[in-house]
Write a protein that binds this ligand. Structure first.
Ligand code: NDP
Length: 458
């Protein structure tokens, strides 16, 4: 077991990520007696300690139905602020002074990636990189080359085992559930191959638009925002071979191994869309060709998956918000039981709901009532919230793990490089995006791509 961090430093403490995710996570860790160390906020804004506590309280209140004052006060007692410029050595000297008793601080870079370089250099200059850990969030660059550049920047100051790269999907219990489902159950693993599976679909749908961040989004687009990271992470868990053992190294190796087997995506089997009205949003170029929707077909070049298409799609302003994986099985080898009169034969489906209301639905064929010997699909469904109770929030677990020096739920550099290699051919395509209406499932061409998408449970 690695030694636990004895201080947490949040760069960019005035920002959106800290207020939406990190303060609630720190509160939850405090409640579970997993956090009782100094938490130092750093930003250029001239906040004092009291302002920091006020903002923390606001964000915890927004994230929870009710707030336990005793717990919050314990967190508040640990909070303090440092305001300063990232180019100014004095900022890091003050931080080093505040951390003089901390042997293993963890630094969360909740700041724009353009500033990472100055911050890690500043930390290294005062000796903090040698004894600290650093957490960074996506985007890990804009392409393969810039992601390597980012790694060089981090690697110049921090040893590899001190770097924690967050793809928060890896921290979601529902996503981790895919791994548990596959390797804790005997039932499906023998069927988990091209003998029995016809195709696999992954949908990450957002029922909302750019939420006031159109200027930022316009430089990114759907492929970089979620396909390169979250969706490929889900594909890796669905498609990976069993790790050689239960340790972190074996898991990460199995994950990287399957990513290496994925062929680069092809522009010919990719449909990019943009919702009507997007170009009128503030900060968006009037002739923007940024995709707010992308659908594509992916193949895994392995004996297990040869011939099984993985259809992936994600988009904004779709009919609702849901993340689902649907595994569609092949039809029985001999068709003895026809589908109920007037209906088409339906395949067995395994549907993993990974978003709100997470759970699994298995669609099987049952005999139709009546004299006719025919079948119709019925669902066996479990709602994990109801069956298992409260699960942890991703950021709560990820912070906890990074403080413990545990890498299991963090992406390693190679994983990210492989993900960029896979999406590179479809980045910044010159072909015009297809327009789609808000509230639809994207451009019509995307429907043809999969020959029948399964509509997620919304
Ligand atoms: P914000 O845009 O809210 O910025 C965070 C803080 O960084 C700001 O409050 C600001 O603080 C400081 N900052 C902004 N621009 C600069 C600059 N040019 N130089 C120095 N400091 C600057 O970012 P988020 O909180 O949304 O995100 C933080 C990081 O996490 C980013 O890398 C982002 O890509 C990533 N991320 C965010 C997610 C989210 O949900 N928000 C989700 C996934 C990843 P001040 O001016 O006070 O110094």
């Amino acid at each position: 077991m690695h030694m636990r961090s004895d201080a947490v430093v949040l760069f960019g403490v005035t920002g959106d990520l800290v207020s939406k995710k990190l303060f609630p996570a720190l509160y939850e860790l405090t409640r579970r007696d997993r956090l009782d160390v100094p938490v130092i906020g750093v930003a250029r804004s001239p906040w004092d300690d009291q302002q920091l506590v006020t903002m923390a309280r606001k964000s915890v209140t927004e994230a929870n139905d009710e707030i336990d004052d005793e717990t919050f006060d314990r967190l508040a007692d640990n909070l303090s602020m440092i305001s300063g410029n990232y180019a100014d050595p004095a900022t890091y000297e003050r931080l080093a002074e505040r951390l003089r008793d901390a042997e293993r601080p963890v630094f969360y870079l909740a700041i724009p990636p353009a500033v990472f370089g100055s911050v890690v250099e500043g930390l290294a200059a005062v000796g903090l990189a040698d004894r600290g850990r650093v957490i960074v969030e996506k985007p890990f660059g804009r392409d393969l080359e810039s992601s390597r550049e980012l790694d060089r920047t981090l690697g110049a100051a921090f040893a590899p085992e001190r770097v924690f790269r967050i793809d928060h999907y890896l921290g979601k219990e529902a996503v981790e559930g895919l791994y548990a489902f596959r390797f804790a159950n005997r039932l499906f693993e023998p069927l988990w191959n091209n003998e029995h599976i016809d195709n696999i679909q992954v949908t990450l749908a957002e029922g909302f638009g750019t939420q006031g961040r159109a200027g930022f989004y316009d430089t990114v687009g759907a492929t970089r925002d979620v396909l390169q990271n979250h969706i490929l992470q889900v594909v890796a868990l669905i498609a990976m071979e069993a790790p050689a053992s239960e340790d972190t190294v074996a898991f990460r190796e199995a994950e990287a191994a399957v990513l290496r087997q994925i062929a680069p995506l092809s522009p010919q089997s990719t449909v990019r869309g943009q919702y009507a009205g997007y170009r009128d949003e503030p900060g968006v170029a009037p002739d923007s060709n940024t995709e707010t929707f992308v659908a594509t077909r992916l193949t895994v070049d392995s004996p297990r998956w040869a011939g099984v298409p993985f259809y992936l799609r994600t988009g904004k302003s779709l009919p609702g918000t849901a993340t689902e994986v649907v595994v569609e099985f092949k039809q029985p080898q001999r068709s003895l039981i026809p589908a109920e009169r007037g209906t088409a034969t339906a395949a067995n489906l395994l549907r993993f709901r990974l978003g709100r209301g997470d759970g699994i639905t298995m669609s099987i064929q049952a005999k139709s009532p009546g004299a006719e010997v025919a079948s119709r699909p019925v669902d066996l469904s479990v709602d994990f919230g109801a069956a298992l109770g409260r699960r942890q929030e991703a950021y709560e677990r990820l912070l906890d793990d990074a403080m413990d020096g545990q890498h299991l739920r963090f992406a390693r550099a190679e994983t990210i490089e492989q993900e960029w290699r896979i999406v590179e051919p479809i980045l910044d395509l010159p072909t015009p995006v297809r327009s789609y209406e808000k509230g639809s499932w994207g451009p019509a061409d995307a429907d043809a791509l999969a020959g029948g998408w399964h509509v997620p449970d919304l």
